[in-house]
Design a protein around this ligand. Structure first.
Ligand SMILES: C[S@@+](CC[C@H](N)C(=O)[O-])C[C@H]1O[C@@H](n2cnc3c(N)ncnc32)[C@H](O)[C@@H]1O
Length: 338
C-alpha cells in the first residue's frame, strides 16, 4: 500500500485545522460545554439546547475525537481542558472569546473577496454598530484574554506618580483595572464607542473598587480629540492594529496633546519582525485584520518607533509580554518631549 508523502499530510493537517476550529467555535457558541460538567447523552444535550439530535451527536463525537470531551458508552462529559476554559464562570474561561471568533467567521468566509479588493465588504464598524450581539461577545471576549497580560503590564509600568490615565479604545477596561490595582491613586478614563461602553459598564460593576476611580468617555478615536494636558499616561492596547498608519499617526499626535509634559504613551499590540513574516501568529493576525478592518494590519516595532519619534515622543523602551506564548505581544513606551 502506498503511503501519502509527508507534504500532502501537512496539507491535510492544515485543512483539518479549519474543521477543528469550526467544531470548537460552534460548540462554544451553542454553550455545549456548560451542559457537560456532568455526564449526559447527546439526546439530552440536544433537548436542553434545542438542537437536532443527529447534529448534536455528530458534533459531540468530533469533540471527543479532538480531546475536549470524554465518552463512556452513550454518555459525554467535559475533559479537563473544557472544564477549565469553556465553562462559564471558571477563572480560565475563554468561551466569550470563542463566541466572538465564531461570529467573525463570516468575515473570514469572505476572505477571497477581501484579498481581491484589499478591504472587507463589512468593516469593524459594521460589526460593532450594526450586528446585534456582536459587541457583547467581542468585548467580553477581550476581557477573557486580557487578564494575564494586563497583570504583566501593570508590573512593568512604574507608577511614577501618575494620577490620570486615558485608555483609548479601552473595550472591557481590563488593562486600566490592572494598572489601577498597582497604583491606587490612578484614575482612569475609558474612551470608546457608546455601543462598547454599554458592555464596559456591566463589566465595571463586577470590579468593586475600580468603579469610583473610573470614568467612561464615549467618543470616536478617529474624529474626537483626547483632551489637552489632562493625563499622565495614555494607553493604546490592541487598537492600532485595527487602523491604517495615517490614523495611527493622528491618534499618537492626539495622545501627545492630551499628555502633560513628561507624560507617557503606551502602545501594546502584536508586533512583527522587520521581515513581516514572523512570528506566525502576527502574520496570521494581519490576515484577520484584512478580513474585517478597512485599513488594519500587524505592524513592526520599527514602524511604531518611527511614528512615536515623528510625533514628539522620546525615551522609547519596549518589553515582551506573554513571552514564549503563541499570542505574545510587545509593550512600547514613549515619553512626551518638552
Ligand atoms: C481590539 S479591542 C481592544 C480593547 C482593549 N484596549 C484591550 O486591549 O483589551 C478594540 C477597541 O477599540 C474600540 N474602537 C473601535 N473603533 C473605535 C473608534 N472609532 N473610536 C473609539 N473606539 C473604537 C472597540 O470598541 C474596542 O473596544
Amino acid at each position: 500500500m502506498k503511503t501519502a508523502p509527508p507534504a500532502a499530510d501537512r496539507l491535510i493537517d492544515e485543512i483539518l485545522g479549519y474543521r477543528k476550529a469550526k467544531v470548537l467555535l460552534v460548540a462554544a457558541y451553542l454553550d455545549c460545554f456548560s451542559r457537560l460538567e456532568r455526564p449526559r447523552t447527546a439526546a439530552a444535550v440536544a433537548r436542553g439546547l434545542r438542537l437536532d439530535p443527529r447534529g448534536a451527536e455528530i458534533l459531540l463525537d468530533a469533540l471527543v475525537a479532538m480531546g475536549y470531551l470524554l465518552k463512556d458508552g452513550a454518555l459525554y462529559r467535559n475533559a479537563p481542558v473544557a472544564s477549565r476554559h469553556l465553562v462559564p464562570g471558571r477563572r480560565g474561561y475563554l468561551g466569550d472569546n470563542l463566541k466572538y471568533q465564531e461570529m467573525i467567521w463570516d468575515a473570514w468566509s469572505d476572505l477571497r473577496r477581501s484579498v481581491r479588493r484589499g478591504r472587507p465588504a463589512r468593516p469593524l464598524e459594521h460589526w460593532l454598530l450594526r450586528h446585534r450581539g456582536f459587541t457583547r461577545e467581542y468585548i467580553r471576549g477581550m476581557d477573557d484574554i486580557a487578564r494575564e497580560p494586563a497583570r504583566e503590564i501593570a508590573a512593568l509600568v512604574e507608577p511614577g506618580g501618575a494620577r490620570e490615565l486615558l485608555d483609548v479604545g479601552a473595550g472591557p477596561g481590563t488593562y486600566s483595572a490592572a494598572l489601577q490595582r498597582r497604583n491606587r491613586a490612578l484614575r482612569a478614563t475609558l474612551f470608546d464607542l457608546p455601543s462598547t461602553l454599554r458592555v464596559t459598564r456591566d463589566l465595571l460593576a463586577r470590579r468593586p473598587g475600580a468603579a469610583g476611580r473610573t470614568r467612561l468617555r464615549p467618543g470616536n478615536y478617529r474624529s474626537d480629540p483626547f483632551g489637552r494636558e489632562e493625563f499622565d499616561l495614555v494607553l493604546l492596547s490592541h487598537v492600532t492594529h485595527d487602523e491604517d498608519p495615517a490614523t495611527n499617526r493622528r491618534m499618537l499626535a492626539k495622545a501627545r496633546r492630551a499628555l502633560r509634559p513628561g507624560g507617557r504613551v503606551l502602545i501594546h499590540d502584536f508586533m512583527l519582525e522587520k521581515c513581516r513574516t514572523a512570528p506566525e501568529f502576527g502574520a496570521l493576525f494581519s490576515v484577520h485584520m484584512l478580513a474585517y478592518t478597512a485599513g488594519g494590519r500587524t505592524y513592526t516595532e520599527d514602524e511604531y518607533r518611527r511614528w512615536l519619534s515623528a510625533e514628539g515622543f522620546s525615551g522609547l523602551r519596549s518589553w515582551d509580554v506573554s513571552a514564549g506564548r503563541r499570542n505574545a505581544t510587545r509593550l512600547l513606551l514613549g515619553v512626551k518631549r518638552g
